[in-house]
Design a protein. Structure first.
Length: 89
């Protein structure tokens, strides 16, 4: 899954909401800019943390699937070996 743009999309969405709210509430220009800057920084950071967390879980899941595949292969090899040994007797 492509999560590269997740922090940017989260940040820009929060920025758009902030712009609309500050416009409706009739904030001064400086208040609008400061609140927008703070919101953009906070939501970019939160988006980056969310992206890192999702990527971390995906890596763990891929490793678990890879290990399960190896276990299945080993079990099938052991059962084939046991069948061959049983047939030789």
């Amino acid at each position: 899954m492509n999560r590269k743009n997740l922090p940017l999309l989260l940040m820009l969405t929060a920025g758009a909401v902030t712009c609309i709210i500050t416009y409706i509430e009739k904030y001064t220009l400086i208040e609008k800019l400061v609140s927008l800057f703070v919101v953009l920084l906070v939501f970019y950071f939160l988006g980056s943390v969310l992206k890192w967390t999702l990527d971390f879980f995906e890596i763990q899941n891929e490793e678990r699937i890879k290990e399960e595949g190896e276990v299945i292969e080993k079990e099938s090899e052991e059962s084939e070996t046991a069948q061959q040994d049983g047939g030789a007797r």
